[in-house]
Write a protein that binds this ligand. Structure first.
Ligand SMILES: [Zn+2]
Length: 183
């Protein structure tokens, strides 16, 4: 397969997604104006209610917090570091994401995770992991999704650590996307 053919192969699924998105997002604009307005008002109120619940329910340090992002070579203090410039913006942690998912009645799914179990059982040597994450509503529809990659050498070849870090990270972006959908 030449480079152009490969490029076309990669572009194809995205194009399909774009078309689906265009079809889905065109529908609400065809609604009667009052129905559309009522839908927007309801979403704004529900979002405000959700955000105030999030502020009350989430505990700093366990559900969310700042992460020491400077490498061990530059700063060994880790989470005990006193330099605020070494920390990320407040990030949602896995327990916080799970609380929000529980509240919204959605579940988290990693559809490709089973492939890594198979690879591990087969003794396949992996150099990187790409993990897809989906947020599923009560009726089984995917309401948000994300994808993340991690090179195993970042985790000294520890596949468990890489998967765990990915799972933690992957949950949040779709959650943030889903919340911002309501804006
Ligand atoms: Zn530091």
């Amino acid at each position: 397969m030449n480079a152009t053919a490969q490029l076309v192969e990669r572009v194809k699924p995205d194009k399909k997604q774009d078309q689906e998105l265009a079809i889905n997002s065109a529908n609400p604009l065809d609604l009667p104006a009052e129905t559309f307005q009522a839908g927007l008002d309801r979403r704004r109120k529900n979002r405000a209610a959700l955000m105030s619940w999030v502020r009350e329910a989430l505990v700093e340090g366990s559900d969310f917090g700042k992460i020491h992002v400077v490498s061990r070579h530059k700063c060994q203090a880790g989470k005990y570091c006193k330099n605020p410039a070494h920390f990320s913006k407040p990030s949602l942690f896995k327990p916080g994401a799970e609380k929000i998912c529980g509240m919204l009645g959605v579940t988290i799914n990693y559809p490709t995770l089973v492939e890594y179990e198979k690879a591990a059982l087969a003794g396949t040597v992996l150099s990187q992991i790409i993990l897809r994450c989906e947020i599923i509503d009560a009726s089984g529809h995917v309401v948000a999704g994300g994808i993340g990659a991690r090179i195993l050498s970042q985790d000294n070849g520890d596949i468990n650590k890489a998967l765990n870090d990915l799972e933690s990270g992957r949950v949040f972006r779709p959650l943030i996307v889903m919340e911002h959908d309501d804006e």
